[in-house]
Design a protein around this ligand. Structure first.
Ligand SMILES: *Cc1c(COP(=O)(O)O)cnc(C)c1O
Length: 221
């Protein structure tokens, strides 16, 4: 794996307005440093402890994104520094992020994770649930979070039409929400979709953030 080449090639195919999140989960700090030296500044992790440790070890101008399922009791460990939480899947979690944001004296940017895949194991809101949440009065009191958009993971399948259909669905929901009159805590500007196997489709369908791991760092062990 040549990390620098992989990043350079990915950047060449990235439309303006679409950001690359380098998913560095399970990979050690020296490999992340290699990506950093190739100019990459945004990294995604899916475990709180690992994220915290890498934040300590690596350069301080890295933007760390939390992309994995987050338990409420662990929010406090990342609240002081996390740049974006992609995986918010309940109002309870949002309230805890707000509480920890207040303690850390900052506004924490978040995405709402939407369940778009066929698999039952993937986390996230249904369309109905997210529309309900955005109407919830208690959102108005959360001054230490900012909802910046939506995130979704397509079904793990080789059927590209299925994947495209799921991304189209997420984009449509995103557009529908954008057109609503939204509370001040919500600003729909990011659509996080696409991983190593499907980022090409995701970009065609309007992704603003692709989360790519194995195509940069190689397979995880
Ligand atoms: C691991 C992971 C990715 C990256 O997966 P690759 O297939 O290695 O690109 C993207 N998003 C989430 C939520 C992940 O957990």
């Amino acid at each position: 794996m040549n990390i620098k080449n992989n990043i350079t090639n990915l950047r060449l195919n990235l439309p303006t307005g679409c950001k690359l999140i380098a998913v560095s989960k399970t990979h050690p700090a020296p490999l992340i440093q290699e990506a950093y030296d190739a100019g990459q500044r945004i990294f995604g992790e899916n475990k709180v402890q690992e994220l915290e440790r890498k934040y300590q070890e690596l350069p301080k101008d890295i933007e760390w994104h939390m992309i994995g399922h987050l338990q409420s009791n662990k929010v406090k460990y990342i609240a002081p520094f996390v740049a974006l939480i992609h995986s918010v899947d309940s109002l309870k979690l949002l309230q805890e992020i707000n509480k920890q944001g207040e303690k850390a004296n900052r506004i924490i940017p978040c995405l709402l994770q939407i369940h778009i895949a066929e698999e039952e194991t993937k986390f996230g809101f249904s369309d109905e649930e997210v529309l309900e949440l955005l109407k919830d009065e208690s959102l108005l009191k959360l001054h230490h979070i900012k909802i910046k958009g939506l995130m979704g993971m397509a079904t793990f399948t080789s059927n590209t039409e299925q994947i495209r259909k799921e991304f189209k669905h997420l984009k449509t929901l995103y557009g529908k929400i954008k057109a609503l009159s939204l509370p001040a805590t919500v600003e729909m500007s990011e659509l996080s979709m696409g991983m190593s196997s499907d980022y090409g489709i995701a970009i065609e369908e309007g992704s603003t953030m692709i989360r790519v791991g194995s195509s940069i760092f190689g397979t995880r062990h």
